[in-house]
Design a protein around this ligand. Structure first.
Ligand code: PEP
Ligand code: MG
Length: 588
């Protein structure tokens, strides 16, 4: 087996060694090509062979299912097998190949579109959704035709049951809605062909606390299912089929990395205070209530960003008030009185409820996203606000509004919050009347006007992921421009400074909850700029704390001031390196 290396952008550090588990969106890859008449018989047998292979695969999965595997899984495989026996999938594509003189992938895709159209006419919701089974079966067949064996959902589940084998997820791209489902799987690493450093998929990969690399370009095509691979998330390198010496070297590095992580555990309960006594609150970002387990283990002293939109994903109906209330209450109770900042729904752009949703507007990141969407759907917003308020009596909940760009939006939010309160009072339902309201500063317009927002809000939280995206006009999900995505761009630093100053002037707390907060290369700069609250994925808390424990805040302030006067990234880089290398006390 040939050994080779791929280079991408590391988005989550650490080293993983395991077997490739390919997921692909084969349907997107189907191309149409005409065939001469003399090749048609061969194409038809290629098609029949693919159907036979998929049947065998399914039977294999069926027989390898553990006794305690969920009953639905066997039923699901049974349905897929039945479909493969059906004339509409097994025979009609052959007629299409013959009549249209086209390739097999194209023929079965045409037939699938036709069947899916018929399903869409069905009134019954349940039956209509069975079209997903057709799509999944066809996707399996297409994958075999394209030469990458199928690894769809059933296999994902069965392989996750197989604890002995470490699996590394290899995909062209993964939507945030798909990635959130991987929280329930035991993947050792996560690599994709595309994706930006702060795409929501990358953020989720980080929250899984496993090494991850994006922007590998052709990983999904070059890596075969089951091949042994090494993922070095810190360097952004993937080594496929490593020889024994490389494998031994990386096993050693992996052990060292794990040892360093263990060493960090020693400071878990240490307060995050600089050498000259400046305290910095280190909070955690979460996506689902179960993440509170990782939060408690990390030593975070609060939740600085709960991204509630993940509760709304991978489902057809929005969660109702009761379901939302239970989720928010669970987090508030688990945090035992520590602050819990819950952000209202930030759906839109790359975060769609359903991973299959086709985004039709030209610039979704500039479209009806986050608070814009909520204000256009006041009933959805009302339900969430009521759920948040009801949960507020079970802990220290604060509400955070995403993507504010003007004061009118903020005032509308306040009005709707008041309306939610009135409705609860009418029903004699308890809530914290003084639930603080904060706003995300993640659009340049809001940062420039931060003082006005600070006047009307209780706290500000800087979303650097979007702030950078919108300031530098760089799509955070697009790896083609990922090299231009730079948190230390002087304009970004200026906007952060303006926000910090606005907070200081009006006595309102300002935190950072974007990915910058968890980047240890930026901790000292952010503290030097005056930030005293940072919120990040739980896995980053100890590394950031270590930086703080080694810092002298007064010294950082002077060095940061020098950096902030610069207008050229090339001058900022060496100054930042100097700031990061200032003498510090080593942890024993
Ligand atoms: C941000 O934009 O920095 C942020 C924290 O929000 P999200 O990443 O969810 O857009
Ligand atoms: Mg954002």
């Amino acid at each position: 087996m040939t050994s080779f290396c791929l280079h991408g952008v590391g988005v989550s550090s650490g080293i993983a060694i395991g077997h490739a588990h390919l997921v692909s969106n084969a349907l997107l890859e189907v191309v149409h090509y005409p065939l001469p008449a003399h090749l048609i018989d061969a194409e038809i047998s290629r098609f029949s062979d693919a159907i036979a292979t998929v049947k065998q695969d399914l039977l294999k999965i069926n027989s390898s299912l553990r006794k305690n595997a969920p009953a639905e899984l066997a039923a699901f495989i049974g349905t897929h097998l039945m479909m493969l026996e059906d004339k509409s999938l097994a025979e009609i594509p052959k007629d299409i190949i013959r009549n249209e003189l086209c390739n097999a992938e194209w023929a079965i895709k045409l037939q699938m579109d036709d069947i899916v159209d018929q399903f869409e006419q069905i009134e019954d919701d349940y039956l209509r959704e069975r079209k997903q089974d057709v799509i999944q079966v066809v996707e399996r067949v297409i994958k075999v035709l394209l030469g990458h064996p199928s690894q769809l959902s059933t296999e994902r589940q069965t392989s996750a049951l197989n604890e002995e084998r470490k699996l590394i997820l290899v995909a062209h791209d993964i939507s945030p809605a798909d990635a959130i489902q991987f929280k329930h799987h035991e993947f050792a690493a996560f690599i994709t062909d595309v994706g930006g450093i702060t795409s929501h998929t990358a953020i989720l990969a980080r929250s899984l606390n496993i090494p991850s690399i994006v922007a590998l370009q052709k990983a999904r095509d070059l890596i075969r299912d089951g091949e042994l691979i090494i993922v070095d998330g810190s360097q952004g390198v993937v080594i496929v089929n490593p020889d024994i010496s490389i494998l031994t070297e990386y096993k050693l590095r992996q052990e060292q990395w794990e040892l360093e992580q263990q060493k960090l555990q020693r400071i878990k309960t240490t307060k995050a205070v600089t050498l000259d006594g400046v305290a910095v609150a280190l909070f955690a970002n979460i996506e689902v209530p179960e993440d509170v387990v990782a939060v408690s283990a990390s030593g975070a002293t609060g939740i600085g960003l709960y991204r509630t939109e993940f509760l709304f994903m991978n489902r057809r109906e929005m969660p109702d008030e009761e379901e939302q209330f239970q989720a928010y209450k669970t987090v508030a109770v688990a945090m035992k009185g520590l602050p819990v900042i819950i952000r209202t729904l930030d759906l839109g752009a790359d975060k769609q409820m359903n991973p299959d949703t086709v985004v039709t507007c030209a610039n979704p990141a500039l479209g009806l996203r986050a608070i814009r969407y909520c204000l256009s759907e006041p009933q959805i917003f009302h339900t969430q606000l009521r759920a948040l308020l009801r949960a507020s009596q079970f802990g220290q909940i604060k509400i955070l509004i995403p993507m504010l760009s003007n004061l009118a939006e903020l005032r509308q939010c306040k009005l709707l919050l008041e309306r939610a309160k009135i409705s609860l009072r009418k029903q004699n339902m308890a809530f914290n009347e003084n639930t603080p309201l904060g706003g995300m500063i993640e659009i340049p317009a809001a940062a420039i006007n931060a003082e006005a927002f600070a006047k009307e809000l209780d706290f500000l939280s800087i979303g650097t992921n979007d702030l950078i995206q919108y300031t530098l006009a760089i799509d955070r999900t697009d790896d083609a421009v990922a090299h231009l995505y730079n948190p230390i761009h002087p304009s970004v630093l200026k906007l952060i400074t303006m926000t910090i100053k606005a907070g200081e002037k009006l006595g309102k707390s300002v935190s950072v909850c974007g990915e910058m907060a968890g980047d240890i290369k930026l901790t000292k700069l952010l503290v030097g700029m005056g930030l005293r609250q940072l919120s990040m994925h739980p896995s980053h808390i100890l590394g950031v704390k270590q930086q703080i424990l080694r810092s002298q805040a007064s010294q950082l302030k002077d060095q940061a001031r020098k950096i902030l006067t610069q207008t050229d990234i090339e001058k900022i880089e060496p100054l930042l390196a100097k700031l990061n290398s200032s003498p510090h006390l080593k942890l024993k």
